[in-house]
Design a protein. Structure first.
Length: 103
C-alpha cells in the first residue's frame, strides 16, 4: 500500500491506464458526493466487502478513498493481503479532495 497526497494520487491516476477508483465510504457519504467513475464498495459491509474485493482484477491499479483516509488505508491493507499489489490510499480522503466530483 502507498499513501499518496492529493496531488500524487490524482496525477499518478491520470497517467495509469489500469487505474480503477474505489470508494469505500457508506452509501450516505456517497450520496453527498463522489469522484466520477468510482466503484462503491462499503468497507463497513465486512465479509461482503472482502468478497467484492476478491472479484476485482488484481492486475489493475486501485486508487482508494474514503472520507478522511483511514478506512481507505484499511481497505488498501486488506487488498494487499488478498494479493493486490497496486493499491493507493488517498491521504486526507474525499473531505480534502479538490479534483472533479459529483455533489
Amino acid at each position: 500500500m502507498a499513501d499518496l497526497t492529493q496531488q500524487q494520487w490524482s496525477s499518478q491516476m491520470e497517467n495509469d491506464k489500469d487505474a480503477v477508483v474505489l470508494d469505500v465510504r457508506t452509501q450516505e457519504e456517497v450520496d453527498e458526493g463522489y469522484i466520477p467513475g468510482a466503484i462503491h464498495l462499503d468497507i463497513h459491509q465486512g465479509q461482503e466487502f472482502i468478497e467484492a474485493i476478491k472479484k476485482l482484477d488484481a492486475n489493475k491499479s486501485y486508487y482508494v478513498y474514503c472520507r478522511s483516509g483511514a478506512r481507505s488505508g484499511q481497505a488498501c491493507s486488506i487488498m494487499n493481503q488478498l494479493g493486490f499489489e497496486k493499491a493507493y490510499n488517498l491521504m486526507g480522503g474525499f473531505s480534502k479532495w479538490d479534483g472533479p466530483s459529483t455533489q
